[in-house]
Write a protein that binds this ligand. Sequence first.
Ligand code: AMP
Ligand code: ZN
Ligand code: FE
Ligand code: FE
Length: 280
Amino acid sequence: MLIDLHTHSRRSDGTDSPTELVENAARAGLAVVALTDHDAMTGWDEAQIAADRVGITLVKGLEISCTFRHRGVHLLGYEPDPSDPALLAELEQVLRGRQDRLPKTLAKLNELGIPITEDDVLAVSGDAAATGRPHVADALRIAGVVASRDEAFERFLMPGRPAYVDRYAADLEHMIRLLVAAGGRAVIAHPWTRQSRSVLTAETIGELADVGLAGLEIDHNDHDADTRAALRAIAGDLDLVVTGSSDYHGTGKVGYDLGINTTAPDQAVRLLGDRVTLFR
Ligand code: AMP
Ligand code: ZN
Ligand code: FE
Ligand code: FE
């Protein structure tokens, strides 16, 4: 019973359409897959049709870019009401921040003598609701400036690199409250990766649990064995759900294959049992 609760389609920065993603999930032997595009719910309907056809369970989710104590934290939201006005308004703000960032990023690249245009990026982002740095990376690859997304991040797009631009992100505590108010569940994605480790302590995670946080994504490629053990101890003390997932991006992220990390069925039931028929 393989359950993978964190994947991306072309509606954000993955490379599969929602249909292809669900088909690949079935091929990988998953019984349950969550589609969690960045800041967007636009892939849900297409993915549901595919899931019904191939006979696997779809969990409707999203991964929201948040800020906590001046650091970036990614928050997974599962099964919120997609028409909740307060949730939609905040997501619109986040998406606007992405739109506003793109011309600034391109201006910096142009200053460096790299003539990438907005049309070049739109040509690769296609029907994505959320345009992101990976799309800029793809445009740089197609223009022959870099060989891979990773190289584009290393040379230009990471914080501290010459084409990095900050953007709006939602307040983490506010977003947890919005998700819960919209009937959803909130889980912190890869809590101890990148910038978020220093601000996510046992104490602050406890405060977030009081606000409504339901779980921690612990089994993730970016966490080593020691990190997972330390986070499991925190989750145990706070009685939080423990999840595991691939963070699949199609061919956009090498080594993050569907099902490479999974969530235990009992944990999935605790998190989603009253929202989704997990096992048929
Ligand atoms: P953005 O949403 O535009 O802020 O870009 C963040 C996304 O870019 C992440 O969710 C990853 O999919 C991807 N990403 C972040 N850092 C890197 C990196 N160093 N190399 C490749 N992809 C990355
Ligand atoms: Zn991504
Ligand atoms: Fe993430
Ligand atoms: Fe992700």
